[in-house]
Design a binder for this molecule. Structure first.
Ligand code: ADP
Ligand code: MG
Length: 242
């Protein structure tokens, strides 16, 4: 079984079809990059994988759990599927340490001591062990995004979803976040990443999946996609971002 399996997923907002018969598989340990024009459905597709977005047709199966099946515990599922957003989404009124421990205690029922220990290990891993008692607003964007990644990892996810994790960052902070993601990929984390960072895609992605107007138009190894895109739509898109 693949870690993530998306089978013929379609979704509509009223008359507007935002996802058109999308299918994709991500094997355990694979990194798949999703790119495509703004409004093409990248975020919507990613959000179906952790149950943040429902759909009218098709199936999404993550680690053997059918997300759309009645009775699926979405809180448990979201703990297993880490998600990192463009705008970090840390709790502004909580310290870094409390951001890291809250869900561990609530969802995984870890003790405060256990959760704090795990939180500190992960902060060290993203290079922020000295920031535990600060509030998010006291950190740079790159630091906040690394805290957000550590917070997701604290839930021991089976896979990680990233939705444009570096597009709200100043250029000098992009690499500190990408480096953490590259490290995760090297350790074998299964990842789906919406990004236009080609360097990252070339370095770590097993495949690039190109979306346009709600469709997955092509899937190819990163080097092949960026140098020899097959579809007109991908060629047009790449001409704009390259
Ligand atoms: P992307 O991440 O590729 O930029 P999105 O998945 O965010 O694209 O959005 C895909 C399309 O769905 C866009 O045209 C967007 O306007 C539309 N859309 C997103 N959310 C809603 C909503 N709640 N109601 C109606 N349309 C929406
Ligand atoms: Mg988006």
């Amino acid at each position: 079984m693949p870690m993530i399996q998306i089978d013929n997923v379609s979704k509509w907002y009223g008359d507007f079809q935002v996802l058109k018969n999308c299918s994709a598989k991500v094997e355990k340990g694979e990194v798949v990059v999703i790119c495509g024009p703004s409004g093409s459905g990248k975020s919507t597709l990613l959000r179906t994988v952790n149950g943040l977005e429902d759909y009218q047709e098709g199936r999404v199966i993550v680690d053997d759990i059918d997300i759309g099946a009645p009775g699926t515990n979405l809180t448990r599922l979201r703990a297993k599927v880490g998600m990192v957003f463009q705008h970090f989404e840390l709790f502004p009124h909580l310290t870094v340490s409390d951001n890291l421990t809250l869900a561990q205690m609530k969802v995984l029922k870890r003790s405060r001591a256990e959760a704090e220990k795990r939180g500190l290990e992960l902060l060290a891993r993203v290079g922020l062990e000295k920031q535990a008692s600060k509030f998010p607003a006291q950190l740079s964007g790159g630091q906040q995004q690394r805290v957000a990644i550590a917070r997701s990892l604290a839930m021991d996810p089976v896979c990680m979803l990233f939705d444009e994790p570096t597009s709200a960052l100043d250029p000098e902070m992009i690499n500190e976040v990408l480096d953490v993601m590259i490290g995760l990929a090297k350790e074998g984390m299964t990842m789906m990443v919406v990004t236009h960072e080609m360097g990252f895609a070339r370095k770590v992605a097993n495949r690039v999946l190109f979306m346009d107007a709600g469709e997955i138009v092509e899937q190819a190894p990163a080097e092949e996609f960026f140098t020899k895109p097959r579809s007109d739509r991908a060629q047009k898109f790449l001409a704009k971002i390259l």
